[in-house]
Design a protein around this ligand. Structure first.
Ligand code: HEC
Ligand code: HEC
Ligand code: HEC
Ligand code: HEC
Ligand code: HEC
Length: 303
């Protein structure tokens, strides 16, 4: 009896601490004044972020619910890879907040996790930045969207949008940031969250995070006759795909798969492939990476 009372007391205390962590002091008093009516299993756990109570009807929330980030936790858990708790640092919004030191006894792990890449992955009411972002837009997306997930050994190869966009980490090629890096202060956000009407639930852009090629011309950058992306993109793509086939044939024919030349050529190939299949986020860099791989041909085949 004593023990269960103690446990109840502890749970309430921990729940309160967690709420403060999520909302800050001001909002918690409001939350207590207006408890949610029908608690779903999700909202019963102290780990649930609960932003929908106040933001659920807004376009941002509705867009997010239809898009990829909403499925990040389910896809992680149901995926075919070996799970580590640290996978949650990018696949769930609870990992950072429910640090075991702050929240002992109720560990946030793949069994107890409830949040996907949800609102508090990117926003916090305790932030002083514009839109209450936890990091400036410039740094936000690249903290998760990178090839090196720090989860080596789990079997998954993550995609390479950040490395490609910033033009680095490839073998044998100098740094070559996409021309968009300078032109777009908000970087990924510029294309992936572009939205015409803020009041309407968008089909792409906004909190769907889905980029659309219409952004290229809507911004007034690529709409002249000699700069039409609907013509240029397929040309780039065909050029890169041809080079990829050549590199792949070379890799397949190589007798030694542990030589530095093989590893370098394969790294560059994987980077281009991991970015929409053809290096979409930085075509000049994709070309340079594949050219370098092709330059290793004699080393690769004679080894
Ligand atoms: C906390 C880590 C994290 C942050 C920050 C993050 N993402 Fe993601 N993102 C993910 C994960 C994990 C997935 C995979 C979701 C899934 O399982 O399909 C994903 C998927 C995506 C997808 C594919 C969506 C789809 O519908 O398949 C796009 C596009 C994307 N993110 C863009 C962005 C942009 C733009 C930003 C910055 C505004 C961003 N992400 C910030 C973790 C993150
Ligand atoms: C992956 C990161 C990410 C996630 C997840 C995310 N946001 Fe955002 N949100 C942003 C960024 C970046 C901006 C600023 C966009 C800009 O500068 O154009 C923003 C802007 C906003 C804005 C102000 C502009 C607008 O679109 O109305 C609101 C409100 C908002 N977010 C609410 C939410 C809510 C609610 C959730 C949870 C459903 C959420 N956000 C999830 C990154 C995110
Ligand atoms: C008790 C109600 C309440 C809860 C719960 C709540 N918010 Fe808010 N939030 C507000 C109010 C009120 C504002 C200020 C009015 C506005 O801009 O919509 C606001 C503003 C914001 C903004 C700024 C929007 C902009 O236009 O820049 C973001 C982002 C945001 N909240 C995110 C969150 C996140 C993330 C959570 C969950 C962790 C959350 N909120 C939980 C009430 C709440
Ligand atoms: C540094 C951030 C980060 C870490 C850590 C991380 N991931 Fe991811 N993961 C992402 C992002 C971003 C995506 C979406 C785009 C991509 O594939 O790179 C993703 C996508 C995935 C997908 C594909 C989702 C789909 O579309 O079906 C799976 C599965 C996955 N990750 C599993 C894992 C596993 C297992 C771990 C831990 C061993 C892990 N991830 C750790 C960032 C991360
Ligand atoms: C110049 C505009 C632009 C910028 C900047 C941009 N993207 Fe994209 N991105 C796109 C377009 C367009 C697509 C859709 C590709 C398609 O449909 O084949 C895309 C696709 C994606 C996808 C899903 C497809 C895949 O396999 O790669 C992810 C994830 C993604 N981008 C993340 C990012 C991240 C992270 C950044 C910032 C480092 C970023 N993007 C910067 C335009 C952009």
């Amino acid at each position: 009896m004593k023990q269960s009372l103690l446990f109840l007391g502890l749970s309430i205390l921990m729940g309160t601490i967690a709420l403060f962590a999520l909302y800050g002091y001001d909002e918690v008093s409001t939350l207590h004044a207006a408890p949610v009516e029908a608690a779903t299993p999700e909202t019963k756990t102290p780990f649930a972020e609960g932003c929908e109570k106040c933001h659920g009807q807004e376009p941002a929330y509705q867009e997010w619910q239809q898009a990829g980030h909403f499925h990040a936790l389910v896809n992680l858990i149901e995926g075919p890879y070996e799970l580590q708790t640290s996978c949650l640092s990018c696949h769930s919004a609870g990992y950072e907040v429910f640090d075991e030191r702050v929240y002992p006894g109720h560990t946030y792990n793949v069994e107890t996790a409830v949040n996907a890449v949800s609102c508090s992955s990117c926003h916090s009411h305790t932030s002083r930045s514009e839109h209450l972002l936890v990091k400036p837009a410039k740094h936000l997306c690249v903290t998760c969207h990178k090839m090196d997930c720090g989860c080596a050994g789990a079997g998954i190869v993550h995609q390479s949008q950040s490395e490609m966009f910033l033009g680095r980490e490839g073998a044998g090629v100098k740094r070559m940031p996409s021309p968009h890096v300078r032109a777009m202060k908000k970087r990924c956000v510029h294309c992936h969250m572009a939205k015409e009407d803020p009041e309407v639930v968008a089909q792409h852009g906004g909190h769907t995070f889905v980029a659309d090629f219409s952004t290229c011309s809507a911004s007034g950058c690529h709409d002249s006759a000699d700069n039409d992306m609907t013509v240029k993109l397929p040309q780039y793509r065909a050029e890169i795909e041809a080079k990829m086939q050549a590199v792949k044939a070379m890799l397949d024919a190589s007798p030694n798969r542990t030589s530095q030349a093989y590893l370098d050529a394969k790294l560059n190939y994987d980077m281009v492939k991991g970015d929409s299949g053809y290096g979409l986020h930085n075509m000049p860099y994709a070309n340079a990476l594949l050219d370098y791989s092709l330059s290793l041909k004699s080393e690769l085949l004679n080894d």
